[in-house]
Ligand binder design. Structure first.
Ligand code: FES
Length: 58
């Protein structure tokens, strides 16, 4: 797989797994964070949105 490509994978019943070149900018401001892999909540239950904290399993 092309390492420069950003890939979004839908995990069945869970988060979106995003891998590649990623920059997270939070709405409240703060320093943008560069990452290579993140899991973003899409169930609405996470206490640490936008990230998945595993609450989708409960
Ligand atoms: S998808 Fe995992 S907590 Fe929402």
């Amino acid at each position: 797989m092309d390492r420069n490509k950003t890939v979004i994978e839908v995990i069945d019943g869970g988060p979106l797994k995003i891998s590649g070149s990623i920059c997270i900018v939070e709405k409240q401001g703060g320093k943008p964070e560069d990452k290579r892999e993140v899991y973003l909540c899409r169930c609405g239950k996470s206490a640490s949105k936008p990230y998945c904290d595993g609450s989708h399993n409960s």
